[in-house]
Design a binder for this molecule. Structure first.
Ligand code: B3K
Ligand code: ZN
Length: 884
């Protein structure tokens, strides 16, 4: 546990490191409660620090600062001599050692306790397997070190362990193995690429692996290995296939080849996030790498493909070129998310991928931008960096890179990325360096664009238009604004690429210039700007922000008729979907008003006929149809509301779902049948799309509560040949079936899959998410289930996270019991794993957005966390900023 009031770290205080580490030799003797770590660091004074601080003359050598947390120091020597006790100081943060020469070798030995490490940061045990997680600041929990990303060193690692840990892995290439005199064995690994400590990794255990090979564009053969516990060895094939696709794609699209001779992936059950890009040795949360046709859903297959690719892409965008400091996190994360999104778009449906990503951004990132933890893509201060692995840094960061891509175009963007990789290979750099490379490679000016990195908040674009039938002149006026965020009351205008077209009355895109272009990217850069188009024969309907060309909220007064027209005629698939979302949003708003006024609810007939037309359209990609039939999420409705009324939101969505099911049951059933396919399971785009649409129809049909449709769900549940169909049917029964149907299905599902960790996690999530059965009482019971484990983040996320984040109705129950429950869990978890507790508390941080009675209950829950005793730095930062 750290200090109660952690320090704030600020970007403006950045200083280059005083010392560099050319070579790092590590020696581990693994023991569950007393692992010995020896390190030998070849250190030299950083010439840049000398130049900056002393005008070039090194007057007095500063002490060497080595971070170290919860370590037992056993010995410390410099150049072979033990360091006298008056020559170094220890603190809760590490060691400060007096230095006499500008170049020297430090030798340290210390002891750590992996078994008691429940924070899952540093070296820990997961099901008896040793593994590490060092990003961002976990290496300091292994040994004393200048644990900052701008210190890059060549690592050699020796692991000594008993024979019952046959597999001993670290970064780079294996250079030696053998036996020790006392019957243990060892392996030595050498990584030829200098890297920061956050990319260090070690794994030891009784693991099996699958192996394959990849021939690079230049003809080198790379050995590919995926390691897992033996029971999961049949679940590695999809990840291997995804890895090879990603390697090929990065060569073709970015000209990036893999650099070591071996690439290893390890699956671990206890993991704080999805995966980690350690050099040559990626470590994955089992849920993000293991899949088999019987046990994994289509969503899991796609998630695995994209995360495997993401971590692989980091080898260049993150490892070869890394971050100077943690404020620059989006340099590697935003860029790599953009890269993985484009990869997934190329492998699957581009339009659907874009819709999914934008839905997520609107559901969760916009909320973050609007909450107490709002921060720019490049934050300027933090208390605990782990709290800044956010949707803003990742997803909005990716949108910022995407905007550069949109502004420059494909080829110019590639020139920029080539220059970036070439110029900065082997360096630790900044977001500024990335933008500069894009500018220099193309002779463009992105000065104003840089504000996307420094200003927080979601900009709002208000668009109005005017048409003069006499002259045919059409004017589009765009006003931009951005709400205040913590520490940033005023915002300067952003440079926004606004991709648009103008539709004629038949729905064709009109020519917009002499050259006959029908789509333009308008450069919005002022608070208010008017774009003029001449000689239009008719009044057009604007199609704005095509493909979601900027992460903004677009306001244009579309009428329901215009939205219906766009849903039918728009050629941009994203905007076609978005028109449907806007129409549904209007309908749901009016249902919420009915609910609040105590009136009988009435669903807009326009929405029903629009949905009917979508269902009957056999020309559209079925995956797109499924997206178009999905109502805006409760979170999106909440985000748009001035004041959140959770019960009204739920009632409106529920009513709309049931009404659509009733009104369209014939079309839904026909579509369900048309897209039910026979044959073996294939996780390929066309089959995934068909299942997606079929199961969307099933959910609407089941919502009617009619016995025939519940029987349909029951029969799909019983005969399903894959997990997507099985889970969709189970969800329908859990949400809509009778008590007997629900319990029967849940029990038989559990009996069948109880040995499979990933399926049990899905089974937990289906229950905690369900408004029907995920009551607080039920969630408490799930926490007593033998498969639940408070020390396992996946289980916590499935049960507690599922309830607090996705079970809108039950979590927001009027008696406030959901909030109290969450605060109790957050307090308990903070003692075990601060990264998990700090994330889990998020739903409470939005208390100001709620109606007063609810908001004050949430506020008290937050206060009780604050007053519960000493909090971790992670949780303290989130709670104190939310209460401020
Ligand atoms: N870079 C890691 C995230 C590390 C999170 C540390 N709290 C995974 C990724 O983004 O690829
Ligand atoms: Zn990443």
């Amino acid at each position: 546990m750290k200090d109660a009031q952690p320090r704030t770290v600020r970007l403006r205080d950045y200083r280059v490191p005083d010392y560099l580490v050319d070579q790092t030799r590590l020696h581990f003797e693994l023991q569950p409660r007393g692992t010995l770590v020896r390190s030998q660091l070849h250190i030299r004074r950083n010439p840049e620090a000398v130049a900056q601080e002393n005008g070039g003359a090194d007057i007095k050598l500063p002490p060497l600062e080595l971070q170290g947390v919860e370590l037992e120091l056993l010995s410390l020597a410099i150049d072979g001599e033990p360091v006298a006790s008056e020559s170094f100081r220890t603190s809760v943060e590490g060691l400060s050692v007096d230095v006499e020469r500008p170049e020297f070798v430090v030798e340290i030995s210390n002891r750590i306790n992996p078994e008691d490490n429940t924070s899952l940061e540093g070296l820990y045990l997961s099901n008896g397997m040793y593994c590490t997680q060092c990003e961002a600041e976990g290496f300091r929990k292994i040994t004393f070190y200048p644990d900052r990303p701008d210190v890059m060193s060549r690592f050699t690692t020796t692991i000594v362990a008993p024979r019952d840990y046959p597999v001993l892995l670290s970064n780079g290439n294996e250079v030696e193995r053998g036996e020790t005199e006392d019957g243990r064995h060892f392996v030595t690994w050498e990584d030829p690429f200098a890297k920061p400590s956050y990319l260090f990794a070690l794994v030891a255990g009784d693991l099996q692996h699958v192996e394959d090979a990849f021939i690079t564009a230049s003809g080198r053969e790379i050995k590919l290995q995926i390691f897992t516990e033996s029971k999961n060895i049949g679940k590695c094939e999809h990840a291997m296939r995804s890895l090879k696709k990603a390697m090929r794609w990065d060569e073709e699209v970015y000209g990036r080849e893999y650099d070591l001779d071996i690439f290893m992936v390890v699956a671990v059950d206890h993991f704080n996030m999805g995966a980690m890009e350690n050099k040559g040795l990626n470590i994955f949360n089992s849920a993000c790498v293991l899949a088999s046709p019987e046990t994994a859903t289509d969503a899991a297959f796609q998630r695995i493909e994209s995360i495997v690719a993401h971590e692989y892409f980091h080898n260049w965008s993150g490892n070869r070129v890394t971050c100077r400091d943690w404020f620059q996190l989006s340099l590697k994360e935003g860029f790599t998310v953009f890269r993985d999104a484009e990869f997934s778009a190329d492998m699957n449906s581009r339009a659907v991928k874009r819709i999914e990503d934008v839905s997520m951004l609107r559901t969760a990132q916009f909320a973050e931008d609007d909450g107490p933890m709002a921060h720019p893509v490049r934050p300027d201060s933090y208390m605990e960096i782990s709290n800044f692995y956010t949707l803003t840094v990742y997803e909005k960061g990716a949108e910022v890179v995407r905007m550069i891509h949109t502004l420059l175009g494909e080829e110019a963007f590639r020139r920029g990325s080539d220059l970036y990789f070439e110029r900065h290979d082997g360096q630790a750099v900044t977001c500024e360096d990335f933008v500069k490379a894009m500018e220099d490679a193309n002779g463009v000016d992105l000065q104003q664009f840089r504000r996307w990195y420094s200003q927080a908040g979601t900009p709002v674009l208000e668009v109005t238009d005017a048409y003069d039938p006499g002259t045919g002149d059409y004017a589009l006026t765009v006003r931009q604004s951005c709400p205040a965020t913590p520490g940033q009351p005023e915002k300067a205008p952003f440079h926004i690429p606004l991709k648009m077209a103008l539709l004629d009355p038949i729905g064709n895109d009109m020519p917009l210039d002499q050259a006959g272009h029908t789509e333009l990217v308008l450069q919005v850069s002022e608070a208010e700007q008017t774009f003029r188009f001449k000689g239009l024969p008719e009044k057009p309907l604007p199609s704005l922000l095509r493909g979601f060309s900027a992460p903004v909220k677009l306001r244009y007064g579309y009428t329901p008729e215009q939205l219906l027209f766009l849903m039918r005629s728009e050629s941009d698939a994203f905007n076609r979907w978005d028109a449907g979302q806007r129409l549904a949003f209007i309908a749901l708003e009016s249902l919420q008003q009915d609910y609040r006024a105590g009136r009988e609810m009435q669903l807009s007939p326009e929405l029903v006929s629009a949905y009917r037309a979508v269902l009957q359209n056999r020309e559209l990609d079925p995956a797109l149809v499924a997206e178009m039939l999905s109502l805006p999420s409760a979170q999106v409705l909440a985000e748009e509301a001035g004041e959140i009324d959770a019960q009204a939101i739920i009632a409106a969505r529920e009513f709309a779902e049931v009404s659509l099911g009733q009104a369209l049951h014939e079309e839904l059933l026909a579509t369900y049948r048309a897209f039910t396919r026979e044959g073996p399971y294939r996780p390929e785009a066309d089959d995934i799309a068909a299942r997606r649409l079929k199961n969307t129809c099933l959910a609407f049909l089941a919502a009617t509560g009619e016995a025939t449709y519940l029987a349909l769900a029951q029969s799909q549940f019983e005969s399903a040949g894959n997990m997507t169909d099985s889970a969709a049917a189970l969800a329908a029964l859990v949400n809509r079936g009778s008590e007997a149907q629900m319990h029967g299905a849940l029990d038989s599902f559990y009996k069948r899959w109880q040995e499979d960790t990933q399926v049990v996690e899905l089974w937990f999530a289906l229950q905690s998410n369900s408004a029907r059965c995920g009551t607080l009482e039920h969630v408490r019971a799930l926490m007593q289930h033998p498969a639940f484990e408070l020390k396992n983040p996946n289980k916590v996320r499935a049960v507690i996270g599922g309830f607090a984040n996705r079970n809108f109705t039950q979590f927001h129950k009027a008696d406030g019991s959901g909030f109290e429950f969450l605060s109790d869990q957050v307090i308990a978890l903070d003692r075990l794993n601060p990264q998990v507790s700090a994330r889990l508390v998020t739903p409470l941080t939005r208390w100001k957005k709620y109606r007063e009675a609810v908001g004050s209950q949430m506020h008290s829950a937050l206060k009780s966390i604050m007053e519960s005793g000493q909090l971790s730095a992670d949780l303290y930062e989130v709670v104190s900023k939310s209460l401020a």
